[in-house]
Each structure stands twice: as C-alpha cells, then as structure tokens.
Design a protein around this ligand. Structure first.
Ligand SMILES: [Fe+2]
Length: 269
C-alpha cells in the first residue's frame, strides 16, 4: 500500500473509532427529556410530574449536577422515583442515591418507591431510612394526597400479590400508582388506576433504530411490549420510563437515559 493509502486507512479507522465512542457516550450519558400531556375530568388542579427511574447509582456529572440541572429547568410540582435507585450486583452506590435525593428534595416533593434491586438489598431497611432523612417521601404500600389526586406507592415485593387491591383508595378521585415493574399493567388497570408510572425495563436495553422496539426486558423476555412510552388499557394510562442507568446489561445502545415529564390537565375524558 502506498504511504497515502496507509494514511487514509489510519484516518478512516480513527474516524470510525471516534464515531463508536461518541455513539456509546450519547446512548449512555446524554440525558433526554420525554414529555406527555394527559387530560382527565378528575384533575382539578393542573400540575407537572417529573419521573426518574432506574438510576442504578449512576452519576451524570459531579454529584449528578447534569441530572439535577435538567430537573430544575423542568420546574416540577412533584418528582417521583420509580425504583432501582441503587445497584445490587455492583457496589450498591448508596452515596450517589442519597446525594441526588438531598438535592432534588429541595426542588419539589420527592416521592420514592422501591425496585427489585432495593427489594433484594440486605440493608434496604436502613437505606430507606437514609432516603427519608435525605428528604424522600418513601411510599411503601401507602398513599398520599397531593394536588387533589391520590398518589399510591406499591413496594416492589408486592407487585404480584393482592396488596395492590388492599392499598388502593376506594374514594372517587384521580389515582396515580407508582410501581416499578410495568408488565403487570392488567392488574394495575383492574385495581382502577387512572395513571401508572413504571420503569424497570430500561427501554429493552438495546433499541432498534427508527422503531419503538427494545431487545430484552426482565420479566418480559425478548422483544418486550412494555419498555417505554405511553400505553393505554381501558381507562388506565401507563407511562414507562426507560430509566437512567444500567444493571446486568452494561451498555445501552440507541437508548438514551430518560427524564420523563407528565403534565396533568383538566379535560373532558
Ligand atoms: Fe433497573
């Protein structure tokens, strides 16, 4: 090969490597914001929810400054976190979780439910107290009233049993459920929720380009149906966050970390 040919080959290899590195960084560290607007005649006081999920102890900048800045800019009325704030199988990362909660609880009320990583964490009881001390409102099979709606948190250990039917308020108000795993949508709808916010599926980890299809989700297997976006079953809306960090799959492909925004408004439906 001529010297010019060698130079062109080396430049092409460097360019391809740089493109791959950028694509991996973009897929794993460039925060995206997804916005939804949901109307209901039961909403009397419009408000904005920012949903975060599946941090898995990841940091976006020092002390998660990029994530905090993104949330602050969105001006939430409440923030909800739908499980897996730590990472069970690597270093749990309590510090990353606590420092994020401390900052965001000053922005808006911060509601938290557990995910499967917390459920299996041997120090979860102590850790949930630390979350509460940092300013989180930990909803473990209980509800609070906020902005005229009932906000219910279902602990991850109870997704498959009848606890959901015991803890669902029976009065006629707009009901929002925070439940980590989305694949029980039918059960959540049967319990009468207007809106369910979930995470867990990480968008299917690797996503096919130009489609809404992920490759794999725990509990759903290959080519899963419920990994991101808005789904409607009867009168129940579900919004699934693709989450922020990684767990067993170490790398997201074509699947940016996601901050979800939901504007709830009064409407005719
Ligand atoms: Fe997760």
């Amino acid at each position: 090969m001529s010297p010019a040919g060698i130079a062109i080959t080396i430049a092409a290899c460097i360019g391809a490597a740089a493109a791959i590195v950028f694509f991996c960084w973009y897929s794993n560290s460039k925060l995206g914001v997804s916005k939804y607007e949901i109307d209901s005649s039961k909403i009397t006081l419009p408000f904005r929810i920012v949903q975060l999920s599946d941090l898995h102890a990841k940091r976006f900048g020092k002390k998660n400054c990029r994530l905090v800045k993104t949330v602050v800019k969105l001006k939430p009325d409440i923030i909800v976190f739908t499980g897996d704030i730590i990472h069970l199988y690597r270093k749990p990362g309590e510090d990353a979780a606590i420092e994020l909660v401390e900052q965001l609880a000053k922005v808006a009320p911060f509601y938290y439910v557990s995910g499967n990583h917390e459920m299996r964490y041997k120090n979860y009881r102590e850790f949930s107290k630390k979350l509460a001390d940092a300013g989180a409102i930990v909803l473990e099979n209980e509800y609070v009233m906020t902005h005229g709606v009932a906000l219910v948190g279902l602990g991850c250990a109870h997704l498959k049993n009848n606890k959901i039917f015991e803890i669902t308020p029976d009065f006629d108000t707009y009901k929002i459920l925070l439940a980590h795993e989305p694949q029980f949508l039918r059960r959540y709808a049967r319990a009468g929720y207007d809106l369910v916010l979930s995470g867990h599926a990480h968008g299917g980890q690797w996503r096919f380009p130009f489609t809404d299809q992920g490759v794999y989700a725990p509990g759903q297997g290959l080519l899963p149906e419920l990994t991101s976006g808005e789904h409607i079953l009867g009168s129940t809306h579900m919004v699934i966050s693709r989450g922020l960090g990684n767990s067993e799959f170490p790398l997201r492909i074509n699947n940016r970390p996601e901050v979800v925004v939901i504007d709830l408004k009064h409407g005719d439906k």
